[in-house]
Design a protein around this ligand. Sequence first.
Ligand SMILES: Cc1cc2nc3c(=O)[nH]c(=O)nc-3n(C[C@H](O)[C@H](O)[C@H](O)COP(=O)(O)OP(=O)(O)OC[C@H]3O[C@@H](n4cnc5c(N)ncnc54)[C@H](O)[C@@H]3O)c2cc1C
Length: 372
Amino acid sequence: MDQKQLFVVGAGVVGLTTAIRALEAGYKVTVFAEIFPTDPKSIKYTSFWAGANHLSFAESGALMEVLEKDTLNEFLDLIKQDPLVPAMTRTHFGLYETLSGAQERLDHFSQFYPDFRSLDASECPAGVVGDVVAGHSWTTICIDVPRYLLYLLERFFKLGGQAFRTTIPSLSSLVSANGRPSMEVFGLNSSSGPQTPTMNPVAVINCTGLGAFSLQDVLDTDVYPTSGQTIIIRAPWVQPSIIYYFANSDISYIIPRQSGDIVLGGSWGVDDWHATSRPEIAKAIKERGVRIYPELLPPGKREKGDINDLDVIAECVGLRTSRKTGVRLETTVLEVDGKKIPVIHNYGHGGGGYQSSWGSAKHVMKLLGELD
Ligand SMILES: Cc1cc2nc3c(=O)[nH]c(=O)nc-3n(C[C@H](O)[C@H](O)[C@H](O)COP(=O)(O)OP(=O)(O)OC[C@H]3O[C@@H](n4cnc5c(N)ncnc54)[C@H](O)[C@@H]3O)c2cc1C
C-alpha cells in the first residue's frame, strides 16, 4: 500500500515536532518553510527567540492545559531516555513581592505540577535578594532552544522526512495545478534525493505561527504578536529557573540552558511588531535581573552590582505567536481545482509553543485519524 503523504507548512518548533510525530505514525512527510533552524536568526521565525521553560499559562479545563500536560510528560520521558536531548530538568521558583491577584495562578500551578510546593520567604533559592513574601517551586524543563531546534531537524531527517524551502502566498498554492511557488530542496535525506512532492497529500498541516495572519486563504486576524525582549548571558554557574513578580507588576525571569548560557527576561509588548531590541527595555531587564539575583554577575563582581559587568552574549527580541481566541487546532477544507484537501491548523501558541509542542502534535494526529 502507498504511504499516505502529508504536507507540513512551517519548520518552527511546532511544525518540526508535528512532522516528527507524523513520520513516526507512518506518514510520508514533506515540510515546506521559508525559514529553517540552520538559517540566520530572523524575526519571522519565533522559535529562535524563546526562553524556553515549562510554565503553564493555560486556563483550567482549556485544551491548552491538556497540550501542556502531554508535553511536560513527553519532555520528562525524553530526558530520561536520551541524555543527549538538549533539555534538562531544573527546580523552578516563582517568587512574589505581593500576592495580590496571584491566587488564581497559584491554584492552577498547584494542580498542574505534580511536585508543586508552596514556599515561605525563608526558602528562597540561594543568591536571591528581594522583598519576597511567598513563593512556590516545581520541576520544570529548561530547553536549550538553539540546540533543541537542530535536534528536532536532525530527528526529522533521520526518520526520512524531506523538506523544501519556499515562501507560499497561500496553502492552496502548494496543491494547485496552476503553478506552485518556486522552491528548493532543503537538506538531502537520501542518496536518491527528495522526490517531487505529490499534489495530493491526505492533508496539509498549517504550522505557520504568525504567518497565519497573512496567508491569503487563512488571513486569521485573531493572530497578533506579543514581543519579548531577552538578554543572553554567559553564566554557567546559574542552576535554578526563576520568575520574580515585583510589587509594581514588573516581572523578571531567568532560564538556564545546557550550554551554560542563561536567558534573562523579559518584556511583553502586545501587538508590537517592532523587530529590534529597544535599548531602554534591555537596560531595565538587566537592572531588574541584577537587583534580585546578583549571581548573574561573574564571581568577584557581584557586590558592585554593575550591569556592565554582565557577560552579555546577545540582546534579543522575538514575537510570540499570540491569538485572541487561543491556540488553533482544528480541521478545515481547502477546495482547489475541484479537489477537497483537509487542512489541520496548528498555530497560535503564544508564549507557550515549546511547552505545548508535543501535546499539539498528538492532537494533530488525533484530528488526522478522524479524517479516515
Ligand atoms: C521572548 C520569548 C520567550 C518565550 N519563552 C517561551 C517559553 O519559555 N516556553 C515556551 O513554551 N514558549 C516560549 N515562547 C513562545 C515560543 O517561542 C512560540 O510559541 C513558538 O516558537 C511558536 O512556534 P511556531 O513553530 O508556531 O512558529 P515559528 O517558530 O515562527 O515558525 C513558523 C514557521 O512557519 C514558516 N512560515 C510562516 N509563514 C510562511 C509562509 N508564508 N511560507 C512558508 N513558510 C512560512 C516560517 O518560516 C517558520 O518556519 C517564547 C517566545 C518569545 C518571543
